[in-house]
Design a protein around this ligand. Structure first.
Ligand SMILES: [Zn+2]
Length: 271
């Protein structure tokens, strides 16, 4: 591990928390093979001197993210497994610093002559979301993508591929869902993973929600910490699970009435 990480308690805590949560993603069955990716904006936590990174390899970006100029990110590596990240975070994730016009980045956490690797192939979507967060000046630092299968399963039925229907269902399965996920989920119709189209649709969706569900694929979520972001997905997955348990026990769940939901919503507003 690089010396600057050792010396920085806040950075070490972010890495430790990400490693812990990566293990939960794997245990939940949401991170098969190299599925799932996480990025954390660590600009407030660490700013290196130019002499510390200017000789490191530089990688160009296809799009410039002007609001992220000079920002630093802790990002999971491409092709890396969450279960490995739990044990060896710095061999499966990296730290990158964007240049001053945000047209590319240096990877500052790897050795010049070591076994180097690149950030997740979903980096453009992650940076696009971080840019949207910077533009609106909100407090989220984390972007997380995972294959929460209970939520994915819902999007295989056309009847649930609708934001209003999805939110009514998820909020109606457990009282805490509307309290902890008051903005509900956004729905992103199927697009090719890694495409500009899916990134654009996801960013649009996350302007109004903290979680966007990708049809037949997974979820993207944003939050202030890695644990908070995981919790959002976990709560929604619990609701979906309760729905499927009812259906597999061969009955249709009664769900909350509109009146009960309104009562819970009031509680959420005061939370
Ligand atoms: Zn995926």
């Amino acid at each position: 591990m690089k010396a600057f990480i050792h010396k920085n308690k806040d950075l070490k805590n972010i890495i430790r928390e990400t490693a812990e949560i990566a293990g939960y993603l794997w245990q939940r069955g949401w991170a098969e093979r190299n599925a799932s990716n996480i990025s954390v904006n660590i600009t407030d936590v660490y700013q290196p001197e130019i002499s510390e990174y200017s000789t490191f390899p530089f990688y160009g970006l296809q799009v410039s993210y002007s609001k992220l100029a000079g920002n630093l990110f802790f990002v999971t590596g491409t092709g890396k497994r969450m279960r490995d990240l739990t044990r060896k975070p710095m061999k499966n994730a990296l730290i990158l610093k964007l240049n001053d016009n945000a047209s590319g980045y240096w990877i500052i956490s790897q050795k010049m002559d070591g076994e180097n690797f690149l950030p997740t192939s979903e980096l453009p979507t992650h940076l696009g979301i971080h840019q949207m967060i910077a533009e609106r000046e909100s407090m989220e630092k984390v972007v997380m993508h995972t294959h929460a299968h209970d939520l994915v399963t819902l999007t295989h039925a056309k009847q649930f591929c609708d934001e209003d229907v999805l939110n009514k269902l998820l909020w109606s399965m457990h009282p805490e869902t509307v309290i902890f996920v008051p903005k509900g989920v956004g729905f992103v119709p199927y697009r090719l993973p890694g495409s500009i189209e899916i990134a654009t649709e996801t960013i649009k969706s996350l302007q109004n929600h903290d979680v966007a569900m990708w049809e037949k694929h997974g979820v993207f979520a944003i939050g202030k910490s890695v644990a908070d972001t995981f919790d959002l997905i976990d709560i929604l997955a619990k609701s979906a699970k309760i729905y499927f348990l009812c259906r597999s026990a061969d009955f249709v769940p009664e769900s909350f009435t509109d009146g009960q939901l309104a009562e819970l919503r009031k509680l959420a507003d005061n939370f």
